[in-house]
Ligand binder design. Structure first.
Ligand code: HEM
Ligand SMILES: *[C@@H]1O[C@H](CO)[C@@H](O)[C@H](O)[C@H]1NC(C)=O
Ligand SMILES: *[C@@H]1O[C@H](CO)[C@@H](O)[C@H](O)[C@H]1NC(C)=O
Ligand SMILES: *[C@@H]1O[C@H](CO)[C@@H](O)[C@H](O)[C@H]1NC(C)=O
Length: 331
C-alpha cells in the first residue's frame, strides 16, 4: 500500500513536469541544485563549456576519461566542490591516489571560456560536473542533464584524498560502505563503476592480484588464466613499469575508450582489471546488477541518473565562485 502511494506520487509529479529520479537523495531543490541553474545568469554556459571541452579533447582524447574520473575524485573528497582542482603543496591533486589524474587543462579552458561571457558567475565545481558529462559524450556515451548550483570549497588536503577514495583492492562490502556513506545505493555503485569501460590503469594498481596473491593462490583465481598471463607479461614481478598503460576494458581497447556497457561483459569473462571491478560479478549482492547492465541502453540511462546523484554528494550552498579554478579567491 505504501509502495503504491509512492508510485502514485511519482506519477503525479512526472505528469506535472517535475523531474523525479528513481533513486538518490531526490532531485528537486535538493541543496539548491537545479537543472538549467544558469538559465538567466549565464544562459549559454553549457554550450560554451561544451565547445571548450571539445576543443581540448580534440588535442588529447585521453583526457576525456581523466575529466570523468576527476569529477568522481572531487565529489568523494569534501563533496563536489572543486577541491581536487586546487594547486599548492599538500592539496588533493598531490596525493598518490591522484598522481595519474589528468585533464586539468580541460577545466582551465572551460573556465576561461565561461569567464569571457559571464565573469564570476559559474563555479568550478559546476564546470567540472558539466565537463564530465561532455567528456563522456565525446566517448560516445549518452548525455544527461547536469544540475548546477554548487559552490567552490576552500579546503583541499592530500591526506583526505588518500583516506576517502576507494582503492582498487576494495571488495564489494567495502565498496557498498564507501558509496553508502555518500548516500549512493549498491546499484548506483555498480552503475558508476561502469566508467571503467573507458581509460587505463597502471601495473602498481593490480600487481597484487598477479603475484603472491594470498596463502592459497599465487595468482587471484578470479582472473581468467589467459588474461592473467597477458597481464604478467605487461607487468613483470618486481620490474614492472608504472608508466605503462593497461586498458581497463579489454573488449574495446582503443586509445581513449568507448563509453558503452562492455565493462560488464569483461567482468562476466573474468577480465575485470581491479578487485573492485571483478568482485562485482563474483559477489551475490551485485552479480544480478552486473548482468542487467549488459544492456547498453539501460546502462546509459542509469549512468546519467547515477551521475546526477553523485553530483549532489556533499554539495556546498555556502562558498565561493572561484575566479581561477586552481586557487581560492583571496578577496
Ligand atoms: C568503485 C570504486 C572505484 C575504484 C576502486 C576505482 C579505482 C580506479 C583505479 C585504481 C584507476 C586506475 C588508476 C591508474 O592506474 O592510473 C581508475 C581509473 C578510472 N576511474 Fe575509477 N574507481 C572507482 C570508481 C570510479 C567512478 C565512480 C568513476 C566515475 C564516475 C571512475 C572513473 C574512472 C576513469 C574514467 C578511469 C580512467 C582514467 C584515465 O584513463 O585517465 N572510477 N579507477
Ligand atoms: C556510437 O554510438 C552509436 C549509436 O549511439 C553507434 O551506432 C556506434 O556504433 C557507436 N560507436 C562506437 C565506436 O561504439
Ligand atoms: C584467497 O583468495 C581466494 C579468492 O578470492 C579466496 O576464496 C580464499 O579464501 C583466499 N584464501 C585465503 C587464505 O585468504
Ligand atoms: C616505461 O614505459 C614507458 C612507456 O611505455 C617508456 O617510455 C619508458 O622508457 C619505460 N621505462 C623503463 C625504465 O623501461
Amino acid at each position: 500500500m505504501a509502495q503504491f502511494r509512492i508510485l502514485l506520487l511519482a506519477a503525479i509529479l512526472m505528469f506535472s513536469g517535475v523531474v523525479v529520479d528513481a533513486y538518490g537523495p531526490g532531485d528537486n531543490g535538493y541543496v539548491g541544485l537545479r537543472d538549467d541553474y544558469y538559465g538567466t545568469s549565464c544562459k549559454d554556459v553549457e554550450t560554451v563549456i561544451k565547445k571548450a571541452v571539445q576543443a581540448e579533447l580534440a588535442k588529447n582524447l585521453k583526457h576525456a576519461a581523466g575529466v570523468l574520473r576527476m569529477h568522481f575524485h572531487d565529489c568523494f573528497v569534501e563533496g563536489c566542490d572543486a577541491s581536487v582542482l586546487l594547486d599548492g603543496p599538500g592539496t588533493e591533486k598531490t596525493a598518490h591516489v591522484n598522481e595519474k589524474l589528468a585533464g586539468y587543462e580541460v577545466i582551465d579552458a572551460a573556465k576561461a571560456a565561461v569567464e569571457e561571457v559571464c565573469p564570476g558567475v559559474v563555479s568550478c565545481a559546476d564546470i567540472l560536473a558539466y565537463a564530465a558529462r561532455d567528456s563522456t559524450v565525446e566517448l560516445n556515451g549518452t548525455a544527461w542533464a547536469v544540475q548546477g548550483g554548487r559552490k567552490d570549497g576552500t579546503v583541499s588536503l592530500a591526506s583526505r584524498a588518500e583516506a576517502e577514495l576507494p582503492p582498487p583492492e576494495f571488495e564489494v562490502s567495502q565498496l557498498i560502505d564507501s558509496f553508502a556513506r555518500r548516500g549512493l545505493s549498491v546499484r548506483q555503485m555498480v552503475v558508476l563503476s561502469g566508467s571503467h569501460t573507458v581509460g587505463v590503469g597502471h601495473c602498481d594498481k593490480f600487481v597484487s592480484r598477479l603475484y603472491n596473491f594470498n596463502s592459497t593462490f599465487f595468482t587471484d583465481p578470479t582472473i581468467d588464466p589467459a588474461y592473467a598471463t597477458e597481464l604478467k607479461n605487461i607487468c613483470p614481478q618486481h620490474t614492472f613499469n608504472t608508466t605503462i598503460e593497461v586498458f581497463m576494458d579489454v573488449i574495446t581497447p582503443t586509445s581513449a575508450g568507448v563509453f558503452e556497457a562492455n565493462y560488464y561483459k569483461t567482468l562476466q569473462e573474468h577480465k575485470g582489471l581491479f578487485t573492485s571491478d571483478q568482485s562485482l560479478f563474483d559477489d551475490t549482492r551485485t552479480k544480478a546488477t552486473v548482468t542487467s547492465l549488459l544492456n547498453n541502453e539501460r546502462f546509459q540511462k542509469e549512468f546519467g541518473k547515477a551521475m546526477r546523484a553523485m553530483g549532489r554528494v556533499g554539495v556546498k550552498t555556502e562558498g565561493q565562485i572561484r575566479t581561477n579554478c586552481r586557487a581560492v579567491n583571496t578577496y
